[in-house]
Write a protein that binds this ligand. Sequence first.
Ligand SMILES: *Cc1c(COP(=O)(O)O)cnc(C)c1O
Length: 481
Amino acid sequence: HLWQHDLYPRRDAGRIGSPMKYISTRGQAPSLNFEEVLLTGLAADGGLYVPETIPQMSAADIKALRGLSYEETAFRVMRPFIGDTFTDDEFREIIAKAYASFGHDARAPLVQLGPNHFLLELFHGPTLAFKDFAMQLIGQLFQAALGRSGERVTIVGATSGDTGSAAIEAFKGLDAVDVFILYPHGRVSEVQRRQMTTPAESNVHALAMDGHFDDCQARLKDMFNDFDFRDGVRLAGVNSINWARVLAQVVYYFSSAVSLGAPDRAVSFSVPTGNFGDIFAGYIAKQMGLPIDRLVVATNQNDILHRCLTTGDYTTSEVHPSISPSMDIQVSSNFERALFYAYGQDGNAVGQLMDELKQGGFRVSQGALQALSEHFDSGRVSEAETSATITEMQARTGEILCPHSAIGARVGDQHQTGATPMITLATAHPAKFPDAVEAATGYRPGLPNRMADLYERSERVTRVNNDLSALKALVRDRITR
Ligand SMILES: *Cc1c(COP(=O)(O)O)cnc(C)c1O
């Protein structure tokens, strides 16, 4: 779930004259337009791109979203960020293709957990996790941008499970892209593995590597640091710091809040958080004008974000594997974007914090901590509490939650106050984590009908050694030219 160092600054960066500009959180890289940010990802100074100014939606604009389809909401919310990269018609078509494979007409339906507590189901995409919302859109954006220039790119990613399967589903069969995903052999769940190994499209390359996720990540980083190789195969990446992924996630904050009465009524969100991408999208929605009261960060036992938001101390420690593995993080890459705003858009201050992070951690200033606390609350949930919440929620509501969503629901319950509705984001389908769910409920959740044959489909995977030159040779050999 944590792809790093997989993107590179483009040589034609910084075109003049486009309406929507993006700047780096470290203040030392050229500003780019949307298309450049999409294809580039990480800024040349090591920072992350954010919009120079955040587009505003008025109360009337938000009211006008009532009753619209998810796709039309997506178009209206994201359009101002796209600049002149696509025409309205092109962008509408991209959005239509992105969400056509979802198994629910509402795309992101709401269900109710308690008197004023709602669950936003973000797991109706092709790989049953919320990452499909961003990855499916990114696949279509890449195809459209590359299609008109005739370029091809090679996407290489490392995954501990969810990101790799979402990327393969999003890029399979697209003719401008080859996609290679490295995962640790024997260390992903069966559903995750099958989602990566069963697509039959010839541009998909699932690579099972001997070693741990960290080894996959290290070889990925090596490939991006070999500039001859990187430019030779035109490496590109789609990790969680890509701005377009954040942008895609802004949409469901709007669609769900509007369903519950926004802009006339404020809502709060509880978000199971790892890399801070999903919850940061909520912050952007709020800055655009959506009336959001609290954004609640829900963490598992790997609680660096909860510690930081409550004490200001961001000191990294070891990752302790949990039953909510997609939130097992040590460094939360998108948190840098929140810090940028908390420090009054001071790129130098952010750059300094990130230097300190290399030595093990930093302390957020009083002023910045105050700024963060105007928007964010947080809570931490232990392993035992996660499991107990899955059990309780089933008893109280009949809903079966995945462990990540259960963490969100528990923290959401704790922070729901007064008349403001709490919306908890359900980030994965319970069938993606059947062991934890079965342990908590005695019931083994089955896959949705549309993918019930996943266990029968034939698998196609290449076993690879933890050997950089062999990996590079394999990629060179396999790519379509
Ligand atoms: C990736 C993931 C998360 C964490 O999302 P971030 O954007 O990294 O905070 C939570 N739950 C599931 C199921 C995920 O796959």
